[in-house]
Design a binder for this molecule. Structure first.
Ligand code: SF4
Ligand code: FES
Length: 233
């Protein structure tokens, strides 16, 4: 029988040499944030479980080893490194690669200002990618009844394919193809049947502007979106 763990039970650990604490079993990124240190995340955010571990922008060092922080829990006495320059550089590099691999033209994107990829880049002070841009060709998919997929903006995070289900619990999105040709597709029949509310959820689960309502531009005016103030700096 598993020993019962009280939700009040806490563990102590170190973040960049400072003593910190969090409830037993807390997701490592959550535990770090509870102690006032911000680490970027993209494929994971609070409430999106299980962690997918696909983007790696949350890389920290746990007891001397680099880990995707969202995929592990904090442990008693763990030595966590977040702020070392090599780790900051690594997280920035991973984020920049996402921009280099896709075709992200933020000023013309309906999600601009509300895009998690864009926010994560601003938070890390990224102004451009150090890596060559690939300018790969991706098709847009307008075949949904209400939703479209702008594959130029897909970062293959798996949020839609692994964590999103329709009102009946059925998966609507899936990956097709292999390697660099992998693209997201949606089940058109299920998409057509989905409630408006579920469709909004599908748009919201995508951290970029890859899943959108057809024919809908900016639904909130410039100046009221979460990244607006940062984008104008
Ligand atoms: S469409 Fe959006 S949610 Fe789905 S894999 Fe691509 S970026 Fe992630
Ligand atoms: S947020 Fe941790 S791997 Fe993506």
């Amino acid at each position: 029988m598993k020993p019962e763990i009280s939700s009040h039970e806490r563990v102590e650990f170190l973040i960049d040499g400072k003593v910190a604490s969090a409830p037993v079993g807390t997701n490592l990124i959550d535990a770090i944030r509870m102690n006032g240190v911000e680490i970027p995340t993209l494929c994971w955010s609070v409430g999106l479980e299980p962690a997918l571990g696909t983007c790696r922008v949350c890389t920290v060092r746990k007891n001397g080893r680099e880990v995707a922080g969202c995929t592990v829990q904090i442990g008693k006495g763990d030595v966590i490194e977040c702020g070392a320059s090599d780790l900051r550089n690594l997280r920035q590099g991973v984020t920049e690669l996402l921009f280099s691999e896709g075709n992200h033209y933020c000023p013309g994107c309906e999600k601009s200002g509300d895009c998690e990829l864009q926010s994560v880049a601003y938070d890390q002070g990224i102004t451009h990618s150090r890596f060559p841009y690939k300018f790969s060709h991706y098709d847009l998919d307008y075949s949904g009844k209400d939703l479209m997929i702008e594959r130029n903006r897909c970062i293959h995070c798996k949020r839609c394919t692994d964590l999103f289900v329709d009102d009946e619990g059925r998966k609507v999105f899936r990956f097709m193809g292999k390697g660099r040709k992998t693209v997201v597709e949606m089940d058109l029949k299920l998409e057509a049947e989905m409630s408006k509310h579920k469709k909004k959820e599908a748009v919201a689960i995508c951290p970029t502007g890859a899943i959108l309502f057809k024919g809908q531009g900016f639904d909130r005016p410039i100046g009221t979106r979460k990244s607006d103030s940062r984008s104008s700096k």
